[in-house]
Design a protein around this ligand. Structure first.
Ligand code: ADP
Ligand code: ADP
Ligand code: ZN
Length: 215
C-alpha cells in the first residue's frame, strides 16, 4: 500500500457510533496510534490508580470527567514519541473547551464525524461487550466472539461496561447532544469536518472512511 503520510485525526460521533471499532481497523492503514480517552480511563480504573479511583463513579453514571483532568491527560499522551507525527483521537475532544485546548497543543488535520441515529446507538450500546484484558470490542449480535464470553485474540474475559446499562446510556446521549454535538459545527467552520455514515457494516464503514479521506 502507498504511504499515506501521517495524519492527526479526531473521531466525533455519539457513544456507540463505532469510533473505537473504526479506529482499531484504520491504525493499520494510517500507522498512527489509536488513543481512546475512555480506554485510558478504564485502564486506570482497572489498576485502581489515583486517577481511576477519582473517575470511576463519574464514568459509571454516564457523566463527563472534568475538562481539567481530561485535557491534562491527553496533552501528556500526545507528547509521547509515538504520537508526535500522527494519531487517532477517539473520544476527545468532547466539549468546546477541550477542542480549544487541543488547538493550543496540536494541529488536527481532519475531524471525522460518525453519524448514527439514537435508535441504532441504543442497539449497539446495549449489545456491546469488551475484553477485560486487551480491550477489544465485540457485539453480542453483530460481532460476537467465537467462544461465548472469551476473547478471540487474547483469551481474556468479556464483560459489559457499567456505563452500557440503560440509565447511563440515556445520560450519555443527553451529554452528547448538549456538550459534544456542538463540536461538529466547530470543526465544520474550520473546514476540517469529514462526515461518514456509520450505519452500514464495519467493512463498509471502513471503505466509506477511506473514500471520504481520499485514502
Ligand atoms: P463511548 O465509546 O461509548 O463513546 P468512551 O469509551 O469514549 O465511550 O468513554 C467512556 C466514558 O469516559 C465517557 O462516558 C466519559 O465518562 C469518559 N470520557 C471519555 N472521554 C472523555 C472526554 N474527552 N471528556 C470527558 N470524559 C470522557
Ligand atoms: P464507540 O467507540 O463510538 O462508542 P464502538 O466502536 O465501541 O463505538 O461500537 C459500539 C458497538 O457497536 C460495539 O459493540 C461494536 O462491536 C458495534 N459496532 C461498531 N461498528 C459497527 C457496525 N458498523 N455495525 C454493527 N455494529 C457495530
Ligand atoms: Zn482480548
Amino acid at each position: 500500500m502507498a504511504n499515506m503520510g501521517y495524519m492527526k485525526l479526531i473521531f466525533l460521533g455519539p457513544p456507540g457510533s463505532g469510533k473505537g471499532t473504526l479506529a482499531a481497523r484504520v491504525v493499520d492503514i494510517l500507522k498512527v496510534p489509536h488513543i481512546s480517552t475512555g480506554a485510558i480511563f478504564r485502564a486506570a480504573i482497572a489498576t485502581k490508580s489515583f486517577l481511576g479511583l477519582r473517575v470511576k463513579a463519574i464514568i459509571d453514571a454516564g457523566h463527563l470527567v472534568s475538562d481539567r483532568i481530561t485535557i491534562e491527560m491527553v496533552k501528556e499522551r500526545l507528547a509521547q514519541a509515538d504520537a508526535r507525527q500522527g494519531y487517532i483521537l477517539d473520544g476527545f475532544p468532547r466539549t468546546i473547551p477541550q477542542a480549544e485546548a487541543l488547538d493550543g497543543f496540536s494541529t488536527v488535520d481532519k475531524a471525522v464525524d460518525l453519524d448514527l441515529s439514537d435508535a441504532l446507538v441504543l442497539e449497539r450500546l446495549s449489545g456491546r461487550r469488551i475484553c477485560r484484558k486487551c480491550g477489544f470490542t465485540y457485539h453480542a449480535t453483530f460481532n460476537p466472539p467465537k467462544k461465548a464470553d472469551i476473547c478471540d485474540t487474547c483469551g481474556g474475559e468479556i464483560y459489559t461496561r457499567d456505563d452500557d446499562r440503560e440509565k447511563a446510556i440515556q445520560e450519555r446521549l443527553e451529554v452528547y447532544r448538549e456538550q459534544t454535538a456542538p463540536l461538529i459545527d466547530y470543526y465544520r467552520k474550520k473546514g476540517l469536518l469529514v462526515e461518514v455514515d456509520a450505519r452500514p457494516t464495519v467493512d463498509l464503514v471502513v471503505e466509506n472512511f477511506r473514500k471520504a479521506l481520499g485514502l
